[in-house]
Design a protein around this ligand. Structure first.
Ligand SMILES: [Zn+2]
Length: 443
């Protein structure tokens, strides 16, 4: 029998943490943080201690699970480098210090950056596992990383091989058949696992209520080319903003800037963290691109932009959600030496995270920019999350005995269960609706 403890990410989007128990062995999947709870703390959020972070609902509440299962944890396995999957590692992993952290090389680099930034020290052993590879944890448990596409690099779907069958944990993925970097998701292995027998599939449901398919990142590349290579007022400053973790998209922005004859400069601490991780993991190399994150680097870059001419540069920066402490917001509030002028261009390569605070922040920054006469281009973006029909495809490929949607609000999880019912599953029998803190036994 396998027991699942839904610790976090089953009542909200963010703070993912699932524990799986086989006999007296426990595996933790993901250790994420709910970033939306940190926004009002701006740059100070990381200084909050674990208790405070738990109280404001940013950390998954693992207190009870730790009390009962903590001594049995054999590994912490992370799917990818987004903060809602790894952001709690520096706060919680030391509570399971005998358990190694297993993740792809890129994800490990991102975790290392977090550790450095927060002056934390992880005592856990670190194991780098490439997508497509297998690692034997002990005589009963083996982890397999199945390559998946998503909006950051080296994302893995986890197949945990147990004597009771395979437990699949696919938390954040999309099926991108034309990725702009890397390979497609590993359909052959997914089908092979489906044939072998998957006992349970625990899967991301953040975009389950979007009908149809999530389109390929190559569309964003084409949209950016179409927009930037045909701009009519090319003597103005151009600013692009997107998610710092989206290394492939940022590389495309850099390449298009060069094609336009402009010098790309990347701004922001989180941009540097993810892009350096990509370079260090020998994936997409950003050594040829200037990244300014420290105060003096930013000042020097701004000085050069004014001296050489604003039309010679493209600025890529953080702030796509209108976060008040991000570069773009500071620039929009005239807090930086470089200021917007009428006719400058800002392109948002993102969608707004649908929480009241994010929507309010985005509304504010858009208004500030419009008031300055900045030309806005919005929604140059495709999601990194699977849509409804992609989920149906995954279910048909993997054919799990049990289906457990995760990473969503109650409404999204219910919508995922509804999809499973359409595919012949029965609620409470083999399609399960769990909330944070609930447990489930399956066999
Ligand atoms: Zn993700």
């Amino acid at each position: 029998m396998i027991e699942l403890w839904a610790v976090g990410g089953y009542s909200e989007i963010g703070k993912n943490l699932t524990a799986i128990r086989y006999k007296d062995e426990v595996i933790i999947f993901d250790m994420g943080i709910d970033v939306s709870k940190l926004i009002s703390y701006e740059g100070e959020a990381w200084k909050l201690n674990s208790r405070k972070l738990l109280n404001i609902g940013a950390l998954p509440d693992d207190t009870q699970m730790r009390r009962e299962w903590g001594g049995m944890v054999k590994a912490i396995i992370c799917t990818h480098g987004h903060l809602d999957h790894i952001g709690a590692i520096t706060k919680l992993a030391n509570n399971y210090r005998n358990a190694p952290i297993i993740a792809t090389p890129f994800t490990i680099e991102v975790i290392r950056n977090q550790e450095k930034d927060q002056k934390a020290r992880l005592e856990n052993k670190i194991i780098k596992l490439n997508p497509g590879s297998i690692f034997k944890i002990n005589k009963d448990l083996t982890v397999e990383f199945v390559y998946a596409t998503h909006s950051t690099l080296q994302t893995a779907m986890i197949a945990l091989h147990t004597p009771e069958g395979v437990i699949m944990y696919t938390n954040d993925w999309k099926f991108d058949d034309n990725p702009t970097f890397g390979k497609k998701s590993d359909y052959a292995t997914l089908k092979k696992l489906g044939k072998q027998g998957v006992l349970a599939l625990i899967s991301d449901s953040t975009r389950i209520d979007h009908y149809g398919r999530t389109f390929s990142e190559s569309l964003v590349k084409e949209m950016l080319k179409d927009l930037l290579l045909n701009l009519k007022h090319e003597d103005k400053l151009i600013v692009l903003t997107t998610f710092a973790s989206h290394c492939a998209r940022i590389r495309n922005m850099v390449d298009i800037a060069k094609k336009m004859g402009r010098t790309p400069i990347i701004f922001g601490r989180s941009m540097r963290n993810y892009l350096d991780a990509s370079t260090r993991a020998k994936l997409i190399n950003f050594k040829d691109t200037e990244i300014a994150s420290y105060k003096d680097e930013v000042s020097a870059a701004f000085e050069r932009i004014e001296k050489v001419g604003r039309k010679k540069f493209i600025l890529i920066m953080t702030g796509n959600q209108g976060e008040p402490d991000a570069m773009l917001s500071k620039m929009a509030r005239n807090e930086l030496d470089l200021r917007f002028q009428k006719g400058d261009v800002v392109v948002f390569c993102s969608e707004t995270i649908p929480t009241p605070i994010c929507e309010a922040n985005r509304g504010n920054i858009e208004k500030q920019l419009r008031d300055k006469g900045v030309r806005l281009f919005l929604d140059v973006h495709v999601s990194g999350h699977a849509s409804r029909e992609d989920h149906r495809d995954l279910l048909k490929m993997v054919k799990p005995k049990h289906y457990i949607p995760s990473h969503g609000t109650l409404q999204k999880l219910a919508s995922a269960v509804e999809l499973a019912i359409e595919e012949g599953y029965k609620l409470g029998e083999n399609a399960h609706l769990l909330q944070d803190g609930q447990r489930l036994k399956i066999s």
